[in-house]
Design a protein around this ligand. Structure first.
Ligand code: PRX
Length: 646
């Protein structure tokens, strides 16, 4: 890349090969964003063209209404690159965690057959168009096969992160009313086999799930319910290798993906067939500059939106190869990820700042033998990347050659909305850059006025939004309205992120303004953590805050008011167990403090801000507005005692 005045630009060589290298695209999109998206949509395969591109009855909106599509037809038989050209090439490279196990490569043709066989089997098991199918699977090809099989027959997939606890699985199955669940016997993680089936058995209790399909992955022993359980390999064995695609309306549901809500009830985000397909295809093509020979490794788990869009749908729609890896990137050696990149000739690497900081901590010396000659583009996602991690990534992985697309988006947006395009730039460390063409992003102050450069405000998206933006919270229009469309009226999508623009118009994301925290890039809310802690019978109330962490970005810290007789150590362990049971290991707190009281305003509101400042060493400000300022000093002592101990 070329550096000029603190900004980075692609080289002439990169520009020559890139799909877009002229800023004209921004002008064209700005003139008429609806027309712009329509033109993009026309390049995909529709059974029937839409009647109206964009319709808006705030806060509700539709894209491509009247159009009929199936995302799997666009991946397989109607792929834009031509089916004959792609059918023999690798669609998936799967890297198992145990080093002694071979990679598995699935060609497009092989993947298509397996998708159709499972689709036929699902139909036989009674799955109909519109039914919700839970998918609780690790990073194995069967997860992609399951998602695509659902999409093929018009069923709505609900993928649940495999490291979520049974209780977290249960609530997701309950709110989406899933009838069937696809899971596995187990999978490898850091050398151990995790028994996923036993979690699934626990998680389906008190749900409508009648049937469970089980992939044999790790060969571990599992409990078997002969009435309800079906081995994957048995049900697909004799199924036909083709099934006609279900003809879906553009606004029919494609999938539901839950993101954490404030009270322990997740928000079930609804994504639809038409708009999502267009956005997944085009953001991949223009942001990652997908070319037919590319091999992408997007490290996100399928349980998150990044895994949905950029480990599954977008690369496959673009006819390229997606690499998926079962295990931890630093297992069994710290640079396992570098070996994977090199061995498989990965050309595009997309990961989260937490992973980059972890690689950095292991030391650049480990990477000296890796040239990463095939890499041509890097991506970052999920949390703000600070300048030093950006530069480390740029130098040691991208070898100062690869552009870095720092991509901002959310579970709700379905695809990337803000990042500079690799063939155009500019790139600036710690800034996500410019909105994608056709996306109108603004930064507003409390009164709804546009913030001048350098002034922080709320990041919002204005109509016509983007086709992939979610259409609602499943069966909860009120929450949808209140969470996203009430701060600045029903026509403005409120992202819950604070941001500012620099004088070049590049956007920097500061972080969430709601109670969500990003722990290693995973989005959890302090509200749901508090609900878990408060379920302890002897804890009367609690406050959870996110504090800065060198590697994970943020980590939760718990303050709990405890009134029982047990020892502090015992209670702390119980609190950790509660969180593990309710959410899973990703949400475990760094510390649990048992306190007598929490700082509150006179009206009884807990002042989490004050607690946070005790860690960031900021000035605590005027405490006289608190009803109980004396408790702050006591908490401070407790924290300091803890710090001295460690
Ligand atoms: O705060 C922003 C942060 O992640 C949030 C969305 O989280 P989730 O729905 O889990 O989706 C993550 C992956 C798309 C956003 O509201 N975020 C996402 N990308 C970035 C980011 N913060 C800073 N820089 C980013 N590139």
């Amino acid at each position: 890349m070329i550096k000029k005045d603190g900004l980075y630009y692609p080289t002439e060589e990169f520009k020559k090969k890139a799909w877009v290298s002229s800023p004209e695209i921004y002008k064209e999109a700005k003139k008429n964003p609806i027309k712009f998206w329509e033109k993009l949509a026309e390049e995909l395969f529709w059974f029937k063209k839409w009647k109206k591109a964009f319709q808006h009855a705030p806060p509700f909106f539709e894209w491509f209404s009247g159009g009929q599509i199936n995302i799997t037809s666009n991946i397989f038989e109607k792929n834009k690159l031509g089916w004959e050209k792609i059918k023999e090439k690798p669609a998936i490279i799967w890297v198992p965690e145990p080093v002694e196990e071979q990679e598995r490569i699935l060609s497009y043709e092989n993947l298509f057959k397996q998708v159709c066989q499972l689709a036929n089997a699902l139909k036989k098991l009674g799955v109909k168009r519109g039914d919700r199918v839970g998918i609780y699977l690790p990073m194995i090809p069967e997860t992609i096969i399951s998602m695509l099989a659902c999409a093929r027959i018009g069923a709505v997939h609900v993928v649940v992160f495999s490291a979520f606890s049974p209780q977290a699985l249960r609530i997701r199955l309950q709110i989406t009313e899933a009838k069937i669940l696809i899971t596995a016997d187990g999978y490898y993680r850091r050398g151990k086999i995790i028994n996923l089936k036993s979690n699934a058995d626990e998680g389906i209790k008190e749900t409508n799930v009648e049937k469970v399909i089980v992939v044999k992955r790790a060969g571990n022993e599992v409990n078997w319910d002969f009435e309800k359980n079906y081995w994957w390999h048995e049900i697909v064995e004799n199924e036909a290798e083709f099934i006609e695609p279900e003809i879906m309306e553009a606004e029919d549901l494609l999938f539901i993906l839950a993101t954490s809500g404030s009270t322990g009830i997740p928000k079930a985000c609804v994504h639809v067939c038409g708009g999502y397909t267009i956005q997944a295809y085009w953001t991949g093509r223009l942001i990652f500059d997908f070319h037919p020979e590319d091999i992408l490794w997007c490290t996100s788990d399928f349980g998150w939106i990044t895994g949905h869009t950029y480990a599954c749908y977008s690369p496959l729609l673009n006819g390229i190869t997606t690499l998926i890896y079962e295990g931890a990137p630093d297992w069994p050696i710290p640079e396992r990820w570098a070996q994977i990149l090199e061995k498989n000739k990965v050309t595009i690497f997309y990961t989260a700042p937490t992973a980059i900081r972890m690689f950095e901590k292991y030391g650049a010396e480990l990477l000296e033998i890796y040239k990463f000659e095939n890499l041509r583009l890097l991506g970052s996602v999920g949390e703000p990347i600070d300048e030093s991690a950006w530069l480390w990534y740029f130098k040691n992985v991208g070898k100062e050659r690869c552009p870095i697309v720092d991509t901002w988006w959310q579970t709700e947006t379905g695809g990337i909305l803000i990042t500079s395009l690799p063939g155009i730039g500019p790139f600036k460390p710690a800034f996500v850059g410019l909105p994608f063409p056709g996306v109108r992003a603004e930064i507003l102050d409390e009164k709804g006025r546009i913030c001048p450069p350098e002034k922080e405000g709320n990041l919002v998206i204005l109509p016509p939004f983007a086709p992939g933006l979610f259409r609602g919270i499943y069966k909860d229009p009120e929450k949808y309205l209140k969470t996203y469309w009430s701060q600045y009226g029903k026509k403005v999508y409120f992202t819950s992120d604070a941001a500012y623009r620099d004088k070049n118009g590049l956007i920097r994301i500061i972080g969430r303004v709601d109670d969500a925290i990003k722990v290693a890039g995973h989005r959890i809310t302090t509200g749901e953590l508090e609900a878990a802690v408060n379920s302890h019978p002897e804890i009367t109330e609690s406050a959870v805050i996110g504090i800065p962490d060198e590697i994970k970005g943020e980590v939760p810290v718990v303050f709990a008011v405890y009134h029982g007789q047990k020892s502090a150590e015992e209670v702390k362990k119980e609190v950790v167990d509660k969180i593990n049971q309710t959410i899973g290991p990703i949400a475990l707190p760094k510390e649990v403090y048992l306190v007598e009281d929490l700082p509150k305003t006179r009206s009884g509101k807990i002042m989490r801000r004050v607690l946070r400042k005790l860690f960031t060493r900021e000035d605590l400000g005027d405490l006289s507005t608190l009803a109980n300022p004396e408790c702050v000093e006591k908490i401070k002592e407790k924290i300091q005692k803890g710090l001295r101990k460690s």
